[in-house]
Design a protein around this ligand. Structure first.
Ligand SMILES: O=C(O)CCC(=O)C(=O)O
Length: 285
């Protein structure tokens, strides 16, 4: 048996996952840059995600951050590559195979957010691709909330924006959420979506634990804050497929170390625009 068929054979069979029209889901994801897979996780799979997130929150990495430390509410963020196995144990790999019609893909890593303890701020609008140097269609996050969230506290998206302009990253500045992360990049500054919400086609859902929101990493998104008495634990698990290439074009931010660039500097070295994105450092799932 070759490596690829070994991968496929150890996946949870699609027939054991909650039924869905995967062809329609793939079409909608391609068109809108985001879909909600309602009830995608079985209770057992959800329990596994919750255990993994709670474990990560209890054992933060050295890079864990608390945004907006002046606020009394917690806005905690951490990232890592600890949960590739979770993707397999929950059937997420089977779902991606169904969405992409692809058997080979890799785990890019997870990012966790915890907001609680009062009125926490919004996650500023941004595109994940501003912090990476990747282009391609097979580049997604599976965003899961472990707490029920009404639409107004969910992650929000600008529909179809994965096909539009790539903006500079948000620096998550206190006083201006559009303030650019890369000071010398030719990428345009983010528009002030929050101030002009009516000008954008914003989509969000009421979310129940067990739902997965799948979005292309180029889709503009921003996350609501919390209010008193609320806890909002979310995880984004990110994946890439073989159509992903190195983006060395306008994203050239040589000399600026920020965000994921720092962690990926060694991987980016010696790559030219359009090269297949290297995957040797990633877990294949
Ligand atoms: O959950 C949130 O508030 C933010 C999520 C996010 O920005 C992401 O997963 O990229």
């Amino acid at each position: 048996m070759n490596d690829q068929s070994t991968q496929t054979s150890r996946r949870v069979p699609l027939s054991l996952l909650p039924p869905r029209d995967w062809r329609a889901a793939a079409r909608d994801l391609d068109r809108d840059g985001v879909i909600r897979l309602a009830g995608a996780l079985t209770p057992d799979a959800l329990a596994k995600v919750e255990a993994a997130v709670n474990d990560s929150l209890a054992h933060p990495t050295p890079g864990a951050r608390r945004f907006y430390p002046g606020s009394s509410a917690t806005f905690f963020e951490d990232r890592g590559q600890r949960h590739a196995d979770l993707a397999r144990r929950t059937g997420m790999d089977t779902m991606l195979a169904a969405l992409w019609g692809e058997d080979r893909f890799w785990y890019l890593g997870e990012q966790l957010f915890l907001k609680e303890g009062g009125q926490s701020r919004r996650t500023p609008w941004h595109q994940d691709t501003s912090y990476l140097r990747m282009k391609g269609a097979q580049l997604v996050a599976c965003w899961i909330s472990l707490d029920p969230l009404p639409r107004e506290h969910c992650l929000e998206f600008v529909r179809g924006s994965h096909r539009g302009v790539l903006f500079n990253g948000s620096a998550f500045a206190d006083d201006d959420e559009t303030a650019p992360l890369y000071k010398h990049s030719p990428l345009p500054r983010l528009p002030d979506i929050q101030a002009r919400r009516r000008d954008f086609d914003i989509v969000a859902w009421d979310v129940t634990p067990g739902d997965i929101i799948v979005f292309h990493l180029g889709t503009l998104h921003g996350g609501a804050g919390t209010v008193e008495g609320m806890r909002r634990r979310t995880i984004s698990m990110r994946f890439l497929g073989p159509d992903v290439h190195f983006d060395g074009g306008v994203r050239d931010v040589r000399g600026e170390k920020a965000g994921n660039d720092e962690a990926l500097a060694g991987v980016y070295a010696d790559l030219s625009d359009g090269d297949p994105f290297p995957t040797a450092h990633l877990a294949e799932i």
